[in-house]
Structures are given as C-alpha cells and as structure tokens.
Design a protein around this ligand. Structure first.
Ligand SMILES: NC(=O)c1ccc[n+]([C@@H]2O[C@H](COP(=O)([O-])OP(=O)(O)OC[C@H]3O[C@@H](n4cnc5c(N)ncnc54)[C@H](O)[C@@H]3O)[C@@H](O)[C@H]2O)c1
Length: 347
C-alpha cells in the first residue's frame, strides 16, 4: 500500500466541501488528487477547497476512475446518485465512502454490497452523528451493560420550520424522499447503533404534507421545487421484542425544533440531547449529567473519515458497514410503503 492514499471525489457540493474535504485534508496520510462533479462550477469550487490541479477535474466519474490511480472514492452526490458511482468505483478497485442515506431502496444497497464483496474492497456509509463525543460515550455505556437490555428507543428530528429552500433535498428525482431520508436517517441510525442493530420485523407509519405549501411556512420556490412530504412518523418492531418510535419533520406546528435519540433499557437509559445517562443501582435511580468531556474524537465527519482510513490501512473495522445501512434502508422503505398502504408492513 502507498504511504499516501489517493482520494477522488464524486460530487463536490455543500457537504463535500464543508465537511468531507476538511476531514481528508486534516489527515496525514491521505491526499485528494481528483474531483468530479456534473456542475462545472461545483467541480471548480471543490478543486479549490481540496487543492486539486485543473488537470484532475472531471465531469464524468467513469473518466476519472479510468484516468486516475485512486485508492479511495468519496461519493457526495444527491441520494438518487449514490449507487451508480459507488458500484463503478468498487469495480475500478477503489475503497468507497458514501453519504447518507446510503441509497434510495434496499435493492440498491444490496447491489452496493454485492459490488463490495466482488471487489474485495471496503465500503463505508457516512453516519456522522455516531461520532460525536457524546455518541461515542453513549455507545460505550450501552456496550458495557450500563442500561441493561434496550427495549424502546425514541428517534426524533423535528424541525418546526425548516423546509429546505433549495437544492437536491426537495427535488424528488434527486432526493427520493423528504425529511425521513434527509434527517430521520441520522436519528434512526444512531438509535439502532446504540441498540446494537436488532433485526427489524415490521413498520407502521404515516407521512403528511399539510402546511409546507402555505405562504406563511413556505421557504422554497413552488415553481421549481415540490415538497415530497414534510413529516414522517412511524413505529418499528424488532425480532427481539424491542421497538423504535421515529419521527422526522421539515415543518410542524411545534414549539421549536425538537431533536432526540433516547434508548431505554432494563437497567438504565441514555438520552442524547442533552446527553444524559440514567441508571438504577441499589433500587435508586441516578441521573448522571456529564460535566466535562475528555475529548475522544474529531467529531462527526472528520472522525468517521479518520476511522475509515484506519479500516483501509488494516488498523480497525469499517466504522459504518453497509449491512447496517441496509437495515436502516429497509425500515425507511417500510415507512414509505406503510404510509402508502395505510397499514403495518413487514420489512
Ligand atoms: N451527513 C450529513 O450531515 C449531510 C449533510 C448534508 C447532505 N448530506 C448528503 O450528502 C449528499 C449531497 O448533499 P449536498 O448537500 O452536498 O448536495 P449538493 O447539491 O450541495 O451537492 C451535490 C453535488 O453532486 C453533484 N452531482 C449530481 N450528480 C452527479 C453525478 N452523477 N456525478 C458527479 N456529481 C454529481 C451536483 O452537481 C452537486 O454539486 C446527499 O446525499 C445528502 O443527503 C449529508
């Protein structure tokens, strides 16, 4: 293996430039050597942030994969375009890290896993919420048995007013879904991560579009964008008897934004916002609120990218394996299917 790993980007929009590139640049043993974006402007901006020469800017990822000798490809395209470049990069012999939601259907995720297996390379999904210091501590508490057996979790990412006003999030052909894919996937993934990814059995859910198109709520240009849904809420059952209650909104008549990931078990519970650990000992329930954090990681994207490089260089596991993202995707598929059918569905 080379001393310095060569990284190529597919998609150099907001998240690539704002979070991924600084993450790679901060590492000693990686170098962004090529960028690709269908938008000339986004590609040029990405190349500037990453310090990539003009000769290594592409508008077609197949060409980039063909011409560049890359070790890793970082896929930051809109949701509907995660699968094709991921599969192409794996087939070209690269390790791949791809943004959330991993894809737009469980079938797509299975194709990505099959390509990963065939290539013998690594595939990692970005779920940056797992890598905050709080989430790392919560995971350790749960793994050490600090909450006993988890049996119920609440995963909520509720914006009172926050329909995206631009971009790929509200173009259904690009996003494939609304707040469930955009932000619900973050809290669902974190809840499942803390619970140890139990096997899901069924989902009962609804989706709503009631208020986003009122002038008082609307932030988007209705001639250009169509909101797929503004709220998705559901209840997920797992094989081990555990359940998760999930809700994600871009617009809701609620007193402000409400984010929560809380996992409750037989001996205690962890709640992420704000981070609190409740435990029962000697018939007394203690409420442990952290005072000071010893810094564990770089936080979010940068920490996940660092861990992915560790995996590529044989120093650790893939931080978010696609098998876990497949479980999340099956639940998201189930939410939309259940809402459409108006009934509980098997996942
Ligand atoms: N983890 C997070 O916190 C987080 C935050 C924001 C976005 N995201 C995810 O990141 C992805 C990108 O979001 P964004 O906000 O950067 O969107 P964006 O619209 O700013 O950027 C996407 C870029 O991909 C380019 N693109 C589209 N199709 C392409 C193709 N076939 N080949 C090459 N480039 C192509 C577009 O031109 C655009 O520049 C989405 O999947 C989104 O869900 C994650």
């Amino acid at each position: 293996m080379r001393d310095t790993l060569r990284v190529g980007f597919v998609g150099t929009g907001g998240i690539a430039r704002g979070q991924h590139m600084p993450g790679w640049i901060g590492l000693p043993n990686t170098e962004i050597t090529a960028v690709c974006d269908v938008s000339e402007e986004a590609a040029a901006k990405g190349a500037e942030v990453a310090g990539v020469d003009k000769g290594h800017i592409y508008s077609d990822y197949e060409k980039m994969l063909d011409k560049e000798d890359l070790d890793i490809v970082d896929v930051c395209t809109p949701n509907s375009y995660h699968m094709p470049p991921t599969v192409a990069a794996l087939e070209a012999g690269c390790h791949v890290i791809v943004e959330k939601p991993v894809a737009t259907s469980a079938d797509e995720v299975r194709q990505m896993i099959a390509a990963r297996d065939k290539s013998q390379k690594l595939l990692c999904v970005v779920q940056n919420m797992r890598f905050s210091d709080e989430a790392i501590a919560a995971k350790q508490i749960v793994e050490e048995g600090g909450i006993g057996d988890p049996y119920w979790a609440k995963a909520e990412y509720l914006r009172a007013r926050g329909v995206p006003a631009w971009g790929a999030f509200i173009v259904k052909e690009l996003s494939a879904g609304g707040p469930c894919y955009d932000i619900g996937v973050h809290v669902l993934d974190l809840a499942l991560h803390l619970m140890g990814f139990p096997e899901p059995v069924s989902v009962s859910a609804g989706t709503w579009l009631e208020i986003s198109n009122k002038p008082s709520v609307m932030q988007h240009d209705p001639k250009r964008y169509t909101v797929p849904e503004e709220l998705a809420a559901g209840f997920v059952r797992f094989e081990n008897g555990a359940c998760v209650s999930l809700a994600a909104s871009w617009a809701l008549n609620a007193p402000g934004n409400q984010n929560q990931v809380a996992v409750y078990g037989t001996r205690g519970g962890v709640q992420m916002f704000p981070f609190t650990y409740v435990k029962e000992e000697h018939d007394v329930m203690f409420n442990c609120t952290p005072q000071v954090f010893g810094k564990k990681g770089l936080g979010g994207h940068a920490e996940e990218i660092r861990r992915f490089v560790d995996a590529v260089t044989g120093r650790g596991p893939v931080p978010v394996p696609p098998e876990q993202a497949l479980i999340t995707q099956r639940i998201l598929d189930g939410i939309y299917r259940s809402a459409e059918e108006g009934a509980e569905v098997e996942v």
